[in-house]
Design a binder for this molecule. Sequence first.
Ligand code: GN1
Ligand code: MG
Length: 382
Amino acid sequence: MPLEKHADDELGRRIAHIGDQFAISGDFLYGEELRNGHINTTYRACYRTEDGHEDRYILQRINDYVFKDPAQVMRNVEKVTRHITWKLLRRRRNAAGQTLTLYPARGGRNYIVLPEEGGMWRCYNNIEDTHTYDVVENTRQAYQAGYAFGSFQDLISDMNPEDIKESIPDFHNTPKRYQNLEASAAADVKGRLAACTAEMELVRSWAPEFSRLTDMQARGEIPTRITHNDTKINNVMLDAETDAAVCVIDLDTVMPGLVLYDFGDMVRTATCMASEDEEDLSKVVMQMPFFESLAEGYLDAAHEFLTPAEVDNLAFAGWLITTEIGIRFLTDYLDGDLYFRTEKPEHNLIRARNQFKLAQSIRRNLPEMEKYIRRLVRAYRK
Ligand code: GN1
Ligand code: MG
């Protein structure tokens, strides 16, 4: 569906005003709202340059309910984008257009605070001739997504961990996420608990398994690395014609974490043809062919640096994070929809049910998924 273009209306004027704060030249033509994230507000602005080209930029407001210290998020993002540009340039690859670049703002920072526009804004290049998918349509896309995020982990693997601060503490700490759910259920501030007793029961029955990865991490059995932490399929830009992976986006949660949660979130979002919003749960099933391609793409990029303990838990991580995201949607439903952007009443409950259905489907496939991973890993050893 083409996006609505705003030029002379109120939104158009606001987008032009925000764009005017950044190092952009040319005449403002129009702006559009991109609505595929649940957290930040994102616009794309188009300008006519002096030589008659059209240049597009991404303008984004960082949600300061979710990110308590947006300036810290920007320091992280600055380091990550510059590290990747440095690396690509060292490899003599033309980094322009393929990686996110921040544009300076009035006042000398890479962001600007606009009280009249609700807070902190930043500006990125628009990655041209690419698109994103909210759900996978074919196995090639799954392979490319896996390869892109695996390569991204590799690109940032040698950053100085001291440089990157936690933008959201305990972001993928499943036991903590579960504790928060129980606290919200006990408080039941909106009187919504009665609507989700079946979901609560299911989650409680799974609770003993929630700490598997965090326990292994605490015992030093799996390494803490710098990871992306939000590897949903629509956070990778694919070439508009060939669907080849071009660039990973949404860097706000890059921080120390486990690669397993990254891989898990790919399983969650790239092995099922129904979106998180799908209400017809009969459509919410994971499909092995997508998983196989995803795992192949990921391991093609990552097999050299993964430890055996990480490899052993890849499939499990798919189930764990799907459950975790379900828990987060359910918690937000009980809290009164404070965190995720919602578009209808019960939206978060719908998403939670969807994720639990997907988690059940992944759980049933775990033995087969694990078997497939072992087969792939054996093939690299040959
Ligand atoms: C949020 O920003 P977006 O829509 O890419 C969330 C992720 C969830 C995801 C669920 C900072 O991601 O953790 O997995 O929604 N991001 C944050 O769709 O909480
Ligand atoms: Mg995000």
